[in-house]
Design a protein around this ligand. Structure first.
Ligand SMILES: [Zn+2]
Length: 223
């Protein structure tokens, strides 16, 4: 039987090292290097940091990671990330259920929520239309939004009066906003969009609170 040569490199792309790690370390490095912004070198450094750390610290991290997959889900009404379903925003009696602010991603919702300016509910589309990437209306939660507008039963028993489009001011965000507005045009609902305080190409999540608050307050009708 042939033995693997000592010079065999594990499949840790980008790591230029002849050192042979135990398989478990290798698996960790590979998993870490798949995280956004973590290259092979950083993944290696993190893995060795964990090896040196107290068991308690590392097991706490592992448990926190496992928890988000076990306990966090999408709200069945607005698709926000939540532990309880419906989420605390959708189930709050203090929020105005007649008003829905549509965003692309949960992180946009968080940015807008931090302004404290929006008293209504949200709807997270979970993306934006991108024909070049093959992302069409069926890949978003658009049907669920339309169902909320059409049927008060899908919106906590309250008829929707206004939908505010809070998509990013990018080419794809604008295209998505126009598409959603068109879908809503035939329905008895007011459609508005965030004021143009944000420079084109910017992402909502990076805008500061004051700019976002102005954008909500100065929203414009799309009729
Ligand atoms: Zn919700």
């Amino acid at each position: 039987m042939r033995r693997a040569s000592a010079g065999v490199r594990f499949d840790v792309s980008g790591i230029e090292s002849d050192s042979v790690y135990p398989p478990a370390v290798n698996r960790l490095i590979r998993a870490l290097s798949q995280l956004p912004g973590i290259g092979a070198r950083s993944a290696e450094r993190l893995a060795f940091h964990m090896l040196k750390s107290e068991s308690e610290t590392v097991l706490g991290l592992a448990a926190a990671i496992a928890d988000i997959k076990k306990s966090i889900r999408h709200c069945s009404m607005c698709y926000n990330l939540t532990e309880a379903d419906p989420c605390p925003i959708c189930s709050s009696p203090r929020r105005n259920h007649e008003l829905i602010l549509v965003v692309e991603q949960p992180k946009d919702l968080i940015a807008l929520e931090q302004t404290g300016m929006h008293k209504g509910l949200y709807h997270v589309l979970m993306g934006r239309l991108s024909p070049l990437d093959g992302i069409g209306p069926d890949d978003l939660t658009l049907a669920a939004l339309l169902a909320r507008v059409d049927d008060p039963g899908q919106n906590g028993g309250v008829q929707v009066r206004e939908v505010i489009l809070g998509l990013n001011p990018t080419l794809e965000g604008d295209g998505t906003a126009l598409f959603v507005a068109e879908e809503l045009r035939a329905r008895k609902v007011q459609v508005s969009r965030l004021a143009r305080g944000l420079p084109t190409g910017w992402q909502l999540e990076y805008a500061n609170k004051a700019v976002l608050a102005d954008a909500i307050e100065g929203r414009q009708n799309m009729d």
